[in-house]
Design a protein around this ligand. Structure first.
Ligand SMILES: Nc1ncnc2c1ncn2[C@@H]1O[C@H](COP(=O)(O)OP(=O)(O)O)[C@@H](O)[C@H]1O
Ligand SMILES: [Mg+2]
Length: 238
């Protein structure tokens, strides 16, 4: 678990699209921050900045007190879980989950242990020999999460990982993700446009609009005291 601090982070694309504008916030170690807001609010860009996939135009991104602006994504020890599951189609679930460890030169015994531990936690042990095409959407999503877990990253980043699941599966999956993040005592940033997901997953929620932070706090606090009409409307959506 790791602490993340953003200090006045901005990202301007092509000299004029201000995707993220002077955002300052903190994610405490072991906590989940949900970035919420409508499409185009700058959620994915902010997540990609934390991951190091984008470089800030201004401001600082720190992890555990160290500025990481100039640290390559692969050296940030972060795991990203996307909407489109990053599973290799020609590999089994076991091979997918163990891939990063294999690349890192871990022994077969350790890979086996870590993959099986993660698979147990996710209740996908019976699926380890299957290939992604032989899994349902929800199972694929769990396998992708398993791939992230076995790496024991210092931070988990999620970009709308559940948005292509049907509503019932989505509700079950978000509870499961919450349980796993709690069990792992993981630090996480989770992007969604769905306030129900924000409520279920966020220790804190940050509401964004057009690249600007509107409000940050516990979901219930925001619900009770929205700072402006935009936030109030967002909190009333279905
Ligand atoms: N690579 C890019 N080049 C130019 N504009 C971009 C790029 N990525 C995102 N944007 C713009 O930045 C804004 C925020 O986008 P994004 O972070 O994807 O929002 P969200 O994830 O909240 O839907 C949008 O106006 C989008 O068009
Ligand atoms: Mg997005």
């Amino acid at each position: 678990m790791s602490q993340i601090v953003l200090g006045k982070v901005s990202k301007v694309f092509d000299g004029n699209v201000e995707a993220v504008c002077e955002i300052s916030l903190e994610v405490s170690a072991g906590q989940t921050l949900v970035l919420a807001g409508p499409s185009g609010a700058g959620k994915s860009t902010l997540l990609r900045l934390i991951a190091g996939l984008e470089t800030p135009t201004a401001g600082t991104i720190s992890m555990d007190g160290q500025v990481v602006n100039n640290i390559e994504p692969r050296d940030r020890n972060i795991a990203m879980v996307f909407q489109h599951f990053a599973l290799y189609p020609h590999m089994t679930v076991f091979e997918n989950m163990g891939f990063a460890l294999k690349m890192a030169g871990e022994s077969k015994a350790i890979i086996r242990q870590k993959v099986i531990d993660a698979a147990n936690m996710l209740e996908i042990e019976p699926l380890l020999k299957r290939k992604p095409a032989q899994l349902s959407g929800g199972e694929r999503q769990r396998a992708a999460l398993g791939k992230a877990i076995v790496r024991q990253p210092r931070v988990f980043l999620f970009d709308e990982p559940l948005s292509n699941l049907d509503p019932m599966l989505r509700a079950a999956a978000r509870t499961q993700i919450k349980d796993i993040l709690t069990k792992l005592n993981a630090t996480a940033v989770y992007v969604t446009h769905d306030r129900h997901e924000a409520k279920a997953l966020g220790d804190e929620v940050a509401i964004l609009r057009e690249g600007r932070l509107q409000q940050i706090g516990a979901y219930d606090e925001i619900m009770q005291k929205p700072v402006n009409e935009f936030v109030e409307r967002f909190m009333r959506e279905d």
